[in-house]
Ligand binder design. Structure first.
Ligand SMILES: [Zn+2]
Length: 451
């Protein structure tokens, strides 16, 4: 019998909330019972999920997320803040057809230059007049000193990334709620989550020990570099990993392939080895249904889709059952398989980079640069790196578990520039992935459909 992790009430069919581990508005499809009661689930939904989901509103509205009717009615204001380094200034933007547009016409002088914001879509014919008028007003004589900004598209990686602000409580609590739900679903007791949960006072803590993920070592760096360089749609997934290092219980959470963090859930964990992971695409996976029954000897390949005691009869009814089950398969991907594939690419690139000829085969410049920058390290410890890569490719669940909290915490503070650069690249990559999906909308069957 399960109890609600907040109020400890016994959960029954009547009062079980049926918790979406990843928030439904983020496209989360994993639902677990035995986590929260109806009243606590609703309360946390309002207190934690709503402000958390709001952080991602600019992505949610442009991704093929499977909204239900209720959440579809929610209108997100597609506005946000964007930082323009050249002007050292933050602007408000709105999104229109994947363009990041200034929200209004504006003009000001920066560094002796006249900057005019004139959103795309505004009548072209008025621009010249405005330019002249503003030049006169600000006393700018040479039109070479006028810069007109029509959109902020090339700055899309600078969208004000609230999540990376460590003081952001809704972000931390939202991530913690995902982690807590997953931990409870995997048999961890609420009392064992003392770093994130105030069990006696029935609440999720405000101070969450959360550390944004950053690839600090060669292997993690290489994995992320391969992810940056590829258009594999598995990039856009939600991932979660629950693991312990002795008495410390951690959770790694990743949203949209971009927002990655470690959360320390407990320092008093009983130490029993735990290593659970889950990965889901944010869109509905395509499941190939059979149009006719395969030859009898191939029918066995589909047996796992049917109930265990089901006899395999060679009838239309069986075909129907197989197709039904195919449709109902969980919308889940194999996280280990994904990381195995990534590791294979890392190994192949490592081999390529060692020969002049091979190096030219690496198409993606950043990837090439990454290997070049690490050339010494690769040469000095080639055997060690290969050994580690081979180990990980047969134990992909071990990746990212080298979580030495205190060391990572210190690195984050010491290398603010690398952290900023990494996060900027993540935002840019997310924008690229959104573009790929938008260009191929019809491929994602559930895009904008009601069901
Ligand atoms: Zn409750």
């Amino acid at each position: 019998m399960a109890n609600c992790y907040l109020c400890n009430k016994i959960l029954t069919i009547e009062n079980d909330h049926g918790e979406h581990i990843f928030q439904q508005a983020l496209g989360g499809t994993l639902i677990k019972t035995g986590i929260l009661c109806e009243s606590c689930g609703n309360r946390l939904g309002k207190q934690i999920d709503v402000p958390f989901v709001e952080i991602f509103k600019n992505y949610i509205s442009r991704l093929p997320i499977n909204f239900d009717r209720k959440s579809k009615n929610k209108t997100f204001t597609e506005e946000g803040d964007i930082f323009i380094p050249e002007l050292n200034r933050v602007f408000k933007f709105r999104i229109n057809k994947n363009n990041f547009l200034p929200i209004c016409v504006d003009a000001f002088v920066h560094d002796g230059k006249l900057i005019i914001l004139y959103p795309k879509g505004m009548p072209e014919k008025n621009l010249e007049g405005l330019k002249k008028d503003r030049m006169k007003y600000f006393g700018i004589e040479n039109s070479k000193n006028v810069i007109v900004i029509r959109d902020f598209n090339k700055y899309s990686e600078n969208i004000y990334a609230i999540p990376f602000n460590l003081k952001n409580i809704p972000y931390k609590q939202g991530m913690a709620k995902i982690a807590i739900g997953f931990a409870i679903a995997n048999g961890v007791k609420p009392e064992e989550l003392e770093c994130v949960l105030d069990f006696d006072n029935h609440k999720i803590l405000q101070e969450i020990p959360l550390l944004p993920y950053m690839p600090w070592d060669f292997i993690n760096g290489a994995i992320e570099e391969v992810r940056f360089s590829s258009n594999d749609l598995r990039y856009l997934c939600h991932q979660i990993k629950l693991f312990n290092l002795e008495n410390r219980l951690f959770c790694y959470v990743e949203i949209f392939g971009t927002f990655q963090c470690y959360i320390l859930l407990s320092e008093k964990y009983n130490g029993k080895g735990i290593n659970q992971s889950y990965m889901q695409p944010i869109f509905q996976l395509k499941r190939e249904e059979l149009s006719f029954l395969p030859r009898y000897k191939y029918l066995l390949l589909y047996k796992h889709l049917l109930p265990e005691d089901e006899k395999l009869e060679y009838t239309e009814n069986t075909l129907k059952k197989i197709n039904n089950a195919t449709r109902k398969q969980p919308n889940e991907l194999d996280l280990d398989e994904y990381y195995s594939d990534l590791l294979s690419s890392v190994i192949i690139n490592l081999e390529l980079v060692n020969s002049e000829q091979g190096k030219s085969l690496i198409q993606y410049d950043d990837l090439k640069l990454f290997y070049e920058n690490n050339f010494e390290l690769i040469n000095d410890s080639k055997v060690e790196i290969y050994r580690r890569l081979c180990f990980l490719s047969s134990n992909p669940h071990e990746i990212k578990t080298d979580c030495y909290w205190d060391v990572l915490y210190q690195l984050q503070n010491e290398c603010k520039d690398s952290v900023y650069n990494y996060n900027s690249r993540k935002m840019k990559k997310l924008e690229n992935m959104i573009k790929i999906i938008q260009e191929d909308k019809e491929h994602f069957q559930v895009w904008d459909t009601e069901y």
